[in-house]
Design a protein around this ligand. Structure first.
Ligand code: HXC
Ligand code: NAP
Length: 285
């Protein structure tokens, strides 16, 4: 899927809100991470986007810079590999001299009942989401934020709040990230670092939604969401922007749930979902 910038972005905050700041976004070449990056850049921030596929981050960086006039450095990096992370953070600091904002957005997911998850499948998702978040946070802390402060925002999910069906792996990983966020908020607060999570609900036009059966969402499912609509990538970008702003200065060690209330009402009956045509079709993928 080729990413496109927002054609008609409407500013809520001042355009120069993040002038002079630098943000590092993992998985910033696609989906929610791409739009978070775009919105930070639209507010004067320079960025680094890092993921496994260099061609993807390169093409995204070109589009983002063209649309916003800010600098965007694309880097190849697997969040499971500490050496690659160290190299990427060094490269970012070599170019920009600072990293004020880190967004841990990279993740991996698929629908799968726990009984069908291989040991490696569970480990893989834990390693990308939970270990990856720790790895990148630690590298950025050691190399910059320890002495300069900053904001770290981890993108989680609402999966673990109710024990969501078919998501033992991703829900466990995101729950670990939420706990980690609290621990690091306590330890790193005195260094001037705020640690936050943003937990999106179902967000339209994303790989995450596609993998979780997005094309099967019908009007009744949307009407079950309290705000009566799916989330947009822009909603998550604006939430991240708010947290980084001065308006968010007292926020740390907690989660902003940006889901329109979806987790309160969404279907979560294992027997029913396992026997639905949607799950039967997806299980064959
Ligand atoms: C069951 C699966 C599987 C599936 C992979 N595995 N896909 N098991 N169902 N659909 C198993 C494999 O068989 C293997 O186990 C193990 O997982 C590792 O798979 P690899 O392909 O070797 O791993 P890797 O190349 O590292 O890729 C990681 C990945 C992949 C997570 C499996 O899908 C990926 O790179 N995803 C990144 C993009 C993504 O997922 N985006 C969505 C994020 S959305 P065995 O035992 O066979 O070796 C998101 C939404 C959260 O997180 C909440 C929404 C509400
Ligand atoms: P996405 O487009 O697939 O984004 C995932 C990104 O992570 C990709 O850019 C991918 O790039 C990168 N990535 C994956 N594994 C990596 C690794 N090992 N090292 C480095 N980068 C890696 O999916 P999305 O739907 O936008 O999801 C973004 C975030 O939002 C995730 O944290 C997800 O859990 C969360 N979320 C999404 C939804 C939703 O409805 N979409 C709901 C709740 C939460 P490469 O393949 O190039 O590495």
């Amino acid at each position: 899927m080729s990413e496109e910038t927002i054609p008609d972005y409407r500013y809520v905050f001042q355009k120069d809100l993040l002038r002079g700041k630098v943000a590092f976004i993992t998985g910033g070449g696609t989906g929610i991470g791409f739009t978070i990056t775009e919105i930070l850049m639209r507010h004067g921030c320079d960025t680094i986007i890092a993921s496994r596929r260099l061609d993807v981050v390169r093409s995204a960086a070109e589009k983002l810079s063209k649309a916003t006039g800010q600098r965007c450095l694309p880097l190849q990096m697997d969040v499971r590999k500490p050496e690659a992370i160290t190299k990427a953070v060094d490269e970012a600091l070599g170019q920009f001299k600072q990293i004020d904002i880190l967004v841990n957005n990279a993740a991996g997911n698929f629908l799968c009942p726990a009984e069908n998850l291989s040991f490696n499948a569970f480990r893989t998702v834990m390693e990308i989401d939970a270990h990856g978040t720790f790895n990148v946070s630690k590298a950025v802390f050691e190399k910059y934020m320890k002495n300069n402060g900053g904001v770290i925002i981890n993108i989680t999910a609402t999966l673990s709040f109710r024990g969501r069906v078919l998501q033992t792996h991703a829900g466990s990983a995101k729950a670990a990230i939420e706990a980690m966020t609290k621990h690091l908020a306590v330890e790193w607060g005195p260094n001037g670092i705020r640690m936050m999570c943003v937990a999106p609900g179902p967000i339209a036009d994303t790989e995450g939604m596609r993998r979780l059966g997005g094309e099967h969402i019908d009007d009744a499912m949307v009407k079950a969401i309290p705000v009566q609509r799916l989330g947009k990538r822009e909603d998550i970008g604006n939430t991240v922007l708010f947290i980084t702003s001065r308006a968010g200065e007292l926020l740390t060690g907690t989660t902003v749930i940006a889901d329109g209330g979806a987790w309160l009402t969404s279907e979560n009956n294992f027997w029913k979902i396992k026997n639905s045509p949607m799950f039967k079709q997806m299980s064959k993928m």
